[in-house]
Design a protein around this ligand. Sequence first.
Ligand SMILES: *Cc1c(COP(=O)(O)O)cnc(C)c1O
Length: 463
Amino acid sequence: MRKMPLSPNLALTMSGNAEFVQRDLAVLWHPCTQMKDHEWLPLVPIRRGRGAWLEDFEGKRYLDAISSWWVNLFGHANPRINAALTGQLGELEHVMLAGFTHQAVVELSERLVEIAPPGLSRCFYADNGSSAVEVAVKMSFHYWRNRGDTRKTRFITLSNSYHGETLGALAVGNVPLYKETYKPLLMDVITVSSPDCYTRESGDDWESHTRKMFTHMEQALAQHHQETCAVILEPLVQCAGNMRMYHPVYLSMLRRACNHFGVHLIADEIAVGFGRTGTLFACEQAGITPDFLCLSKGLTGGYLPLSVVLTGDEIYQAFYDDYPKLTAFLHSHSYTGNALGCRAALATLDIFRDDGVIENNRALAAHMRTAAASLAEHPHVAEIRQHGMILAIELARDRNTRSAYAWQERRGLTVYRHALERGVLLRPLGNVVYFMPPYVITPAEIDLMITVAAEGIELATCD
Ligand SMILES: *Cc1c(COP(=O)(O)O)cnc(C)c1O
């Protein structure tokens, strides 16, 4: 047999990190990044992942404590999801979903309807979280039009909220760092103060603060309900908004008020869905059903881009009529309902069903709480807060006055760099160090993640 030269691909796998970094920086533009930072901030090339760990081209391993931007649930290269995808690959990779359907999308929709809060009986697919938010926003607006109400053109949103980066999603979000520049391009929204419990007065507990903050929402609804299509919010945790949290009572009060004022409720569970807050969906903790439920991120276990908006029959029926009436929802994305994405999602739901995940997570969440407890006394830790599998540590210049470090100091970046050196992937948001690990993490790995974070916090706050 003729001796084959090394294929270029094989040659690549044999080289170290530096080559990839160099080639990357010559041709890529990375998301959410000031590219100039990479003159001194090392880019991390990953060769493979296994369970909660990532590995670079020189064999160094990193514990993925933030689930690769909150998407991974059951580890990298999960054998069960891999097997499901391999099976699907042999049958069908993709088919357009207009006029056509396939087994994976039908099964997934049945399963989602079964496990979602009662009353959500229809699934509309898109291919990422922002697109799901666009779908919910357009559907709500369009519902009111189809019902003959053309006054409703606006949306109510919370301060410090995040719903994605496309223009509609950015408009209904509120994190200034991402939004401010694009303001001239965005629709005008009504912004209500967030129930964020970090801002509560000392002596107030989460519930009473959350109840108090609802008066702002009540007022906004009373004043604007006639022109408002929907309220959109992230149930329980404003994740991109520095992991700020609030009490579930806000959701039950909001459900009641939305019913009273004739306004939709859009629950964006793109980040908090699939067990992150301790229940499969965060809305369960208030026993409510939103009019629209947006899901993505963990939906495919962190494997493939897929999103879905669930809604109820009453809304579905408002679009259902003879074609010439032009009441149909004529929205689509090329990869809507992709078969591989749906199959990964089904395998993910199987794991939830078969492994008692939500129950096991209770022990992991309790372990995180105990392991992080000693940090509560740190002179620059103003708060440790937790909802289920999300735990956040808020750093402050002064823990008593809660005066924040200036953002320009980039304290979180010191934690990030230290953790990388120690083999843990953390990615603090501003002055907030947080953990959102995949559910396959072990108690010993939780200890490592929190020890390393504590070292990083010490380094970042020692001057
Ligand atoms: C990540 C996120 C989005 C946007 O999802 P993408 O897939 O990144 O577009 C929307 N809402 C929330 C709450 C998110 O955390």
